[in-house]
Write a protein that binds this ligand. Structure first.
Ligand code: B1M
Length: 211
């Protein structure tokens, strides 16, 4: 089966059609890892590039990310642990007191689309929940999102809690959200700051490759 059809359908953001094509590929005994790597991830990569180049806008990217996510619901049970998460494991969540999740979910989908195993712990997550999730899942990447100036300080607190727990060095910390800046990231000791979900993956991959 020609997997470029899956890639093209993902780029056009047609969720139902994409799901059908993924099901068809599964029924035709195409290896789930090939559907993921050669079909879906190639598509998400192209979406990220188009977004960065200004050839795609937020609503289209969201549509593609949702299409990717719903086809992953079909594919995920078929994948072996080795098939996903080759790029690493990420815990991502929105900090305590903050209910905004659109940007965080978009970042999560872009990381998933780039081959990370993403554990999205949700909104309004206490500092303790972030630390416990790192202890439990042992990710190499921790992502935090905040959309309110009043909740941004929670990010620094989580980093301090990781230090207190003696596990700060185990994870690369990336932060984002509309009020967050590079200066703020430096101030609180985060490793990385991403101004948007598209560049987050690129910034992270570059950092991890040179680490
Ligand atoms: Co809220 N809200 N909101 N809100 N809201 C803002 C953030 C605000 C700027 C609106 C305004 O006043 N102009 C303002 C914050 C002011 C401030 O602190 N400086 C605000 C306020 C005040 C509030 C309430 C306090 C309102 C009230 O009740 N009085 C309240 C707080 C609730 C709470 O969290 N405790 C509140 C509530 C809500 C809704 C629930 C109604 C809803 C959220 C729905 C949801 O998320 N499910 C909402 C919304 C939708 C917004 C706006 C309009 C849009 C946010 C959004 O989704 N943007 C927002 C105004 C605005 O930003 N224009 C606003 C789209 C999204 C794709 O962008 O999240 O920035 P963003 O994510 C980007 C990047 O920042 C980055 O990538 C994304 C894509 O490029 N990014 C990451 C984000 N996280 C990342 C993580 C990464 C990397 C990149 O790595 C880990």
């Amino acid at each position: 089966m020609d997997l470029s059809k899956i890639t093209e359908t993902l780029i056009s953001g047609k969720s139902d059609e994409l799901k059908k094509l993924v099901e068809e590929a599964i029924n035709n005994d195409v290896k789930p890892a090939d559907i993921l790597n050669q079909g879906l991830l190639t598509g998400m990569d192209a979406v990220g590039q188009k977004w960065k180049a200004g050839e795609m806008f937020m609503p289209e990217v969201l549509r593609c990310a949702k299409a990717m996510s719903s086809s992953m619901d079909v594919l995920r049970p078929m994948l072996k642990d080795d098939d996903i998460g080759n790029a690493g494991t990420m815990i991502i969540g929105t900090v305590a007191g903050d209910l905004h999740d659109i940007g965080k979910d978009l970042a999560a989908m872009m990381f998933e689309g780039a081959g990370y195993k993403v554990i999205n712990i949700g909104i309004d997550q206490s500092n303790e929940n972030f630390v416990n999730a790192v202890k439990e899942h042992k990710p190499n990447l921790l992502g935090m999102s905040a959309l309110l100036t009043t909740t941004m300080p929670r990010m620094g607190e989580v980093i301090n809690s990781l230090k207190e727990a003696g596990i700060r060095d185990q994870v690369t910390v990336i932060i984002g959200g509309a009020p967050v800046t590079e200066e703020f990231a430096d101030e609180i000791g985060a490793d990385l700051y991403a101004p948007n979900a598209g560049t987050a993956v690129e910034i992270t991959n570059e950092y991890l490759q040179n680490k």
